[in-house]
Ligand binder design. Structure first.
Ligand code: ATP
Length: 430
């Protein structure tokens, strides 16, 4: 018999079906046994009656979370969740689970929730929870929304390498590894390559891929490997064009989410609030929050700025623009009339930075002088600088951390909990 997914059972009342999945709940009430069986589409109650013969005894042998196939009749049953259940006629055990589970799939309502470290140790069991499955449905639909916008706008997807011969940005947070007789580095961002695509005349590109940071961070927002969503586009007038593009992407992503897995999600209005770095610091001062480093916004300040903007505008997003050149990499373009400031931005969402972007400097000679000013070796940057030697349109782009975005959309406390298999200073498995 062909398998029916659980979400489709309601159309099969009165029919014989086969369902397959995990045994999430078992209850034995003497002459009647109950299972709740779970597949990726939902759960269903299955009953085993004593009178049904062999299948009744077999049900008694099944341990929790074993994988089974059950054939039986779909019957209306007012007391069952969803108003129907399956009356089992045959049962096949496809994979028996050991009787002691390392962590529960259904947390006890009254008990202490399982510690996150333990949950991550047994991640594949942890991911059986409905709410965890939902996280990855959100990733999928959000990305679908982003891709739909990219596709409407004629973006080209590029696939950038993770192995590099020189460190991609500063060299400080970079993983170095042995590479045959020499050394290689893991890419800290696809930045240089998506800029190269501008020099290749691709005009609008996006990429989705792993990013590596050798940061010894123990925060709820940092990992050593994460997925980056990046885009870059040519012929912009300034970073403001990049910001509008990101707004469109986010609206497209949120709309897709609302139409699928998160019907109650609010779609942000555009344009998002925009303040300069200087204004952000002023607002913090006014609110009596002692501003930290002049050239940076700390995690606490991100939270406070978002609170202030939420109060002033009701918006969950805010762009902070015009970062001092000291705080930004050498390739961020500076204002002609005020070269101490860059044409750059961070996007904050519900108290957390989710994106950095800017207009890039595309003029070879200016790039060299800005790199020198930062004390960088022009020689070690020559592969990158060469991209700008033979013509390159003005361009800009942004790097988005989708893990942080998903974390905040779902109000989950750590980026690691929304990552399929997080990697941090202490965790390299499973
Ligand atoms: P932060 O200041 O929070 O450390 P960053 O300025 O180093 O972030 P960028 O280099 O601008 O971050 O990277 C672009 C985006 O990638 C960030 O806005 C964020 O969403 C995400 N991101 C950066 N570092 C990490 C990390 N270690 N783990 C998870 N996501 C990250």
């Amino acid at each position: 018999m062909e398998r029916t997914q659980i979400k489709n059972l309601k159309e099969k009342i009165g029919e014989k079906v086969k369902v397959s999945g995990f045994v999430q709940v078992r209850r034995d009430q003497g002459g009647i046994k109950f299972f709740v069986v779970r597949d990726v589409t939902g759960t269903v109650q299955v009953v085993f009656l004593k009178g049904a013969g062999e299948v009744f005894n077999k049900a008694g042998e099944v341990s929790l979370e074993s994988v089974v196939s059950i054939e039986g009749l779909v019957k209306e049953e007012k007391q069952a969740p969803g108003g129907f259940e399956i009356s089992a006629e045959s049962l096949e055990i496809l994979s028996k689970a050991e009787p002691e589970l390392p962590i529960p799939v259904l947390e006890e309502k009254s008990g202490e929730p399982t510690d996150i470290t333990k949950r991550l140790d047994w991640r594949w069991v942890d991911l059986r929870k409905e709410e965890n499955l939902k996280i990855f449905k959100v990733w999928t639909e959000l990305e679908k929304g982003f891709r739909s916008y990219y596709s409407q706008q004629g973006y080209i997807q590029i696939y950038t390498p993770s192995l590099m011969g020189t460190a991609s940005e500063t060299g400080s947070d970079v993983f170095k590894l042995q590479y045959f007789e020499g050394e290689a580095y893991l890419a800290q961002s696809p930045q240089f390559y998506k800029q190269m695509a501008q020099a290749s005349g691709f005009e609008k590109v996006f990429c989705v891929g792993p990013v590596f940071r050798a940061e010894p961070s123990f925060t709820s927002r940092h990992m050593t490997e994460f997925t980056g969503w990046d885009f870059e586009l040519s012929y912009i007038d300034s970073h403001l064009d990049v910001m509008s593009e990101e707004e469109n992407l986010i609206v497209s992503g949120f709309t897709q989410l609302k139409n699928t897995v998160l019907p109650d999600l609010e779609i942000p209005s555009t344009p998002f609030p925009r303040i300069t770095m200087e204004e952000a610091k002023e607002k913090l001062n006014k609110a009596g929050i002692k501003a930290g480093r002049k050239f940076d916004i700390s995690g606490e300040e991100e939270i406070e700025i978002c609170k202030i903007i939420k109060e002033e505008t009701g918006h969950d997003f805010v762009f902070v623009t015009d970062w001092p050149a000291e705080a930004r990499p050498f390739y961020h373009m500076r204002y002609e009339d005020n070269p101490s400031l860059t044409k750059s931005f961070d996007l904050l969402y519900k108290g957390l930075e989710i994106t950095t972007g800017s207009q890039r400097e595309h003029r070879y000679d200016v790039l060299i002088s800005q790199a020198k000013e930062k004390g960088m070796s022009v020689e070690s940057l020559s592969d990158y600088l060469n991209f700008f030697k033979f013509g390159c349109p003005p361009h800009g782009g942004a790097g988005i951390g989708p893990g942080r975005l998903v974390m905040k959309i779902l109000n989950i406390p750590s980026v690691k909990e929304v990552t399929f298999l997080p990697r941090d200073v202490r965790r390299l498995k499973p």
